[in-house]
Design a protein around this ligand. Structure first.
Ligand SMILES: *Cc1c(COP(=O)(O)O)cnc(C)c1O
Length: 379
């Protein structure tokens, strides 16, 4: 059997262990320590220095804290892109609030401006309240239409939580993803473009907001020598060991983005001309880190379906995955409001995520290509 080719695997750069070793040498093995501050500074300068960064235990924790910082409470309504991973939406439930899901547009597959307006107006009409926040996502690293979304956010005075978990290094009109709204979030989970073996970050505008998020993330301890609490606390801070891995990963981030983009280029160049294969280009002004390379399979033209292709690759020990199943189709969210048509549903039906790791070898890529061409030739 050929060795397994993964969808998206961790890729160490070689400098990570030195930062971790230093933490051991200096006994900063407790959560706090210099790597946490160092990693936050690295991220800050990478993102352009205008923002504040809090390193946290996960991207999900970062979304949860963003909603808490925005005052989302029991019974509130929060709009969320439907075409996403469940971690974008679950924190809305943690707060006892109601998700309102919105369909995608076809250019970036992210939250559709027209349906967003319908969702805001619809929620006001149906429930008599304005939604508290909008969770928008840069899916697979492709930035959403930020100008349109931000204009709507300003018009209705509803802040955007920018789920940039998959989009570190992507940019919109020259501005880095994660910095396009009031609060951005990043993820350093094992499958993301860089990893801390699990972690995340909250991006905010002011020093005060950063302090508040760290306060919440470290059990909301009031200033006192004894433990004193007047607000709900969370154990959401990143550890100094994880942050050490993150500092090493920051040294190779841009290199790994180029490798991921080269994967997409390889797929498009070798498969883009085939009947029934569709690859989505970056709209003007949009730069994607191409965290995952994705393809749409139009079964009528191709002669086989997305699922036929997925199963054929699985036979060859090559991992792929259907595009994320929209949240409004998920059992856990079945009673939530939804605004849109069938754009996200159709993408889910025909879309496939291809192996996209930055450490794919030339041989891996050739093996994937051969396996795909085999099924093409058989139809
Ligand atoms: C990975 C991911 C998250 C959650 O990040 P974790 O660090 O795994 O908690 C949130 N949103 C999206 C879109 C993701 O892909």
């Amino acid at each position: 059997m050929n060795s397994k080719i993964w969808l998206s695997s961790p890729h160490m750069g070689g400098h990570e262990q030195a930062f971790v070793q230093q933490a051991f040498d200096e006994n900063w093995v407790a959560p706090l320590g210099p790597n946490v501050n160092g990693f936050e500074e690295d991220l800050k300068s990478y993102l352009g220095n205008e923002k504040q960064v809090s390193a946290l235990s996960s991207g999900t924790a970062a979304i949860h804290l963003a909603l808490i910082m925005l005052g989302v409470k029991n019974g509130d309504f929060v709009i969320c892109q439907s075409m996403t991973f469940s971690a974008s939406a679950n924190p809305i439930l943690y707060q006892g609030a109601n998700p309102v899901f919105v369909d995608s547009e076809t250019k970036t597959w992210n939250i559709c401006p027209t349906d967003l307006i319908k969702a805001i107006e619809g929620t006001i009409k149906k429930h008599g309240v304005k939604p508290k926040a909008i969770v928008a996502v840069h899916l697979y690293g492709m930035p959403y239409l930020a100008e349109e979304i931000n204009a709507i956010s300003e018009k209705y005075d509803i802040p955007v939580v920018e789920d940039s978990a998959e989009a570190l290094g992507s940019s919109y009109k020259g501005q880095k993803c994660g910095t396009l709204s009031k609060h951005g979030i990043l993820s350093f989970n094992g499958n993301k473009i860089i990893t801390t073996s699990g972690g995340g970050a909250l991006i905010s505008n002011t020093e005060e907001e950063k302090k508040k998020s760290v306060f919440f993330a470290t059990q909301s301890k009031d200033p006192a020598t004894h433990y004193q609490h007047s607000e709900i606390g969370y154990n959401y801070r990143m550890s100094n060991i994880s942050a050490g891995i993150g500092r090493g990963q920051m040294m190779i981030l841009d290199k790994h983005i180029n490798l991921r983009r080269a994967n997409f280029g390889f797929y498009k160049e070798n498969l883009g001309h085939l009947r029934g294969f569709e690859f989505v280009d970056e709209p003007e002004g949009i730069y994607s880190n191409r965290w995952l390379s994705t393809v749409l399979i139009h079964a009528k033209e191709a002669g086989f379906s997305r699922e036929d292709l997925r199963l054929a690759l699985e036979e060859e020990n090559i991992e792929t995955r259907p595009l994320w199943k929209p949240m409004h189709m998920q059992p856990i969210f079945e009673n939530c409001d939804y605004y849109g048509t069938n754009v996200a549903e159709d993408l889910f039906e025909i879309g496939l995520c291809l192996p996209s790791s930055s450490n794919l070898s030339d041989d891996d890529r050739e093996r994937i290509l051969k396996a795909i061409l085999k099924i093409v030739e058989n139809h």
